[in-house]
Design a protein around this ligand. Structure first.
Ligand SMILES: Cc1cc2nc3c(=O)[nH]c(=O)nc-3n(C[C@H](O)[C@H](O)[C@H](O)COP(=O)(O)O)c2cc1C
Length: 189
C-alpha cells in the first residue's frame, strides 16, 4: 500500500509557469499569517519577509533584478516576489542564534502549506544576489537574506520557452526513504 501523506504536501511543487492573475491581498496575508505561527527556538521568531507586487510596487523590479538570469527569465511573470530573511542574533542577548535559518525554514514551510491549500504556488530561489538585495531593500546587518520566492497561480506551460517547457514537464524525483531515515543511528560500517 502506498504511504499516505497530506494533500497539501503531495500537491506542492515549484513551477516556472506563473499566471498573470494577481493574488488578492487577503490571500497573501493568510500566507504570511501561517508563517507567523511557526515554532522557533526561544520563540524568537527570527523570520522576516519582504514582498512586492508586480503591478503595484517599485520594489518588485528591484527584487527581480537581484535574480540570476535563469530565474529572472520566468520569475518576472509571477505576480508577487518575496524574500525570506533570518535575524541571526537573539534579540534578548545579542548572541548568534544557531537555529535562525532552521526556524525561518519552518515559517516558510507553513507558508508553503497555506499557499498550496489556497491554490497558489511558490517557487523558492537561492539564485539571487543577497548583496544586491541588501542594498536595494535596505536590509540591516543583523538579517541574512535566504531565499527569494515567486508566488502566484499556475499559468500555462505552453507559453514557456523550449528549455523551460522541458524542465516543467520533467518528473519530480526524491532520494529513497532508506537514504534519509535511520532507525537507531546511521547504518554500521
Ligand atoms: C532554498 C531553495 C533554493 C532554491 N533555489 C532555486 C533557484 O535558484 N532556482 C530554481 O529554479 N529553483 C530553485 N529551488 C527549487 C528547487 O529546485 C526545487 O524545490 C526542487 O527541485 C524540488 O522540486 P519541487 O519543489 O517541485 O518539489 C530552490 C528551492 C529551495 C528550497
Amino acid at each position: 500500500m502506498e504511504t499516505k501523506i497530506l494533500d497539501i504536501v503531495a500537491k506542492r511543487w515549484s513551477p516556472v509557469a506563473f499566471s498573470d492573475k494577481p493574488v488578492n491581498e487577503k490571500i497573501l496575508e493568510s500566507l504570511f499569517e501561517a508563517a507567523r505561527w511557526a515554532p522557533s527556538a526561544f520563540n524568537e521568531q527570527p523570520w522576516r519577509f519582504i514582498y512586492a507586487r508586480r503591478e503595484k510596487d517599485t520594489a518588485f523590479k528591484k527584487m527581480l533584478d537581484t535574480l540570476v538570469p535563469g530565474n529572472h527569465e520566468w520569475a518576472q511573470h509571477a505576480p508577487v516576489l518575496a524574500l525570506s530573511l533570518a535575524r541571526v542574533f537573539f534579540t534578548y542577548n545579542g548572541k548568534p542564534n544557531p537555529t535562525a535559518y532552521y526556524d525561518t525554514g519552518m515559517a516558510v514551510g507553513n507558508l508553503l502549506a497555506q499557499a498550496t491549500y489556497m491554490g497558489l504556488f511558490v517557487h523558492q530561489m537561492s539564485g539571487f544576489s543577497a548583496e544586491n538585495a541588501r542594498e536595494a531593500l535596505r536590509i540591516p546587518d543583523e538579517y541574512e537574506p535566504i531565499a527569494m520566492m515567486a508566488i502566484g497561480y499556475y499559468g500555462n506551460a505552453k507559453t514557456l520557452s523550449g528549455t523551460l517547457r522541458e524542465r516543467e514537464k520533467k518528473p519530480r524525483t526524491r532520494k529513497p526513504i532508506e537514504a534519509l531515515i535511520f532507525r537507531g543511528g546511521f547504518p554500521a560500517g
